[in-house]
Write a protein that binds this ligand. Structure first.
Ligand code: IPD
Ligand code: CA
Ligand code: CA
Length: 272
């Protein structure tokens, strides 16, 4: 049974409101702090998360929120209704005045992703999906590309904030795809990367050491646009597994084979 329409309306309302906050403060000298050596957090990340948490608490007092900035114990629980939020995906871009960022919100019910909404306020692009109902961009149906081989494919990836510690692996895999694909991009927002695969602008996306809020909504949007998502090891997609391969479906096996070959060249049996 499709989820109650109030749930999808709330997801859309939340990301549109997030976009208004993001745009109003973009390039306006906001406060930027560091959570790690290269991991930034702005006052906008915090403000958006507070706003969405308040909206969910007011409308659905029994629901949980799993989000990036104010995490709580019990966040890993999978039962019941859980909203998975990244209040600002693309924080480094945002902090530098680069207009590639979004907010992303998914709803998981009893461990299964049912809804996703991603909003890019600069381009006014709202990507949405409901399980079994297809994916949309500003209300229009979305479809993945029909590209069949890597040499015709535009790929996209990202690097985690501990990139300095695992440089050889990340650059090695990047190089393996660069060698085989038409092009490889790094845009700085995993949620938009996934939506661009769903929209057929990109043909495949992989990334390691992501968090549930980076991928939950975008993964459902790809699936509902006719694409395929899994772990980088080919396992069933799990937004808490920390890694993802999202493709138009046709490229999936070829991309998995490149990853497997890369892993073999490092040391057998590694998927991290
Ligand atoms: C980051 C972005 C980036 C990806 C990083 C994420 P944030 O999220 O999605 O594209 O490469 O791994 O952590 O910090 O901007 O929300
Ligand atoms: Ca993120
Ligand atoms: Ca974020």
């Amino acid at each position: 049974m499709p989820p109650d329409p109030i749930l999808s309306a709330t997801a859309i309302e939340a990301v549109l409101a997030a976009g208004r906050i993001q745009l109003a403060r973009f390039e306006r000298g906001i406060r930027i702090d560091k959570k790690g050596r290269i991991d930034l957090v702005t006052e906008v990340d915090l403000e958006v998360e507070r706003m969405v948490r308040a909206l969910v608490a007011e409308r659905f007092p029994g629901h949980r929120v799993l989000a990036e900035e104010f995490r709580a114990s019990g966040d890993d629980t999978r039962g019941g209704y859980c909203w998975i939020l990244d209040p600002l995906d693309g924080t480094t871009n945002y902090a530098h005045g680069l207009s590639c960022f979004c907010s992303t919100l998914a709803l998981e019910i009893d461990g299964r992703l049912e809804l996703g909404a991603v909003y890019d306020p600069v381009r006014r692009e709202l990507f949405t999906a409901e399980r079994g109902q297809g994916a949309r961009l500003n209300g229009q149906p979305l479809r993945v590309s029909r590209v069949e081989t890597l040499i015709d494919a535009m790929l996209v990836t990202g690097f985690p904030y501990d990139v300095h510690e695992t440089l050889d692996d990340l650059v090695g895999l990047f190089s393996a795809f660069l060698e085989r694909a038409q092009a490889v991009r790094r845009l700085g927002s995993a949620a938009l990367d996934l939506c661009y695969v769903a929209a057929g602008r990109m043909d495949g996306f992989w990334e390691k050491r992501l968090k549930p809020w980076d991928v939950a909504a975008g993964a459902l949007i790809i699936e509902e646009a006719g694409g395929r998502v899994s772990g980088v090891d080919g396992a069933c997609f799990d937004c808490r597994a920390g890694h993802i391969l999202g493709t138009n479906g046709r490229l999936h096996e070829e991309m998995l084979a490149v990853i497997a070959l890369h892993n073999l060249s490092r040391s057998p049996m590694r998927t991290d």
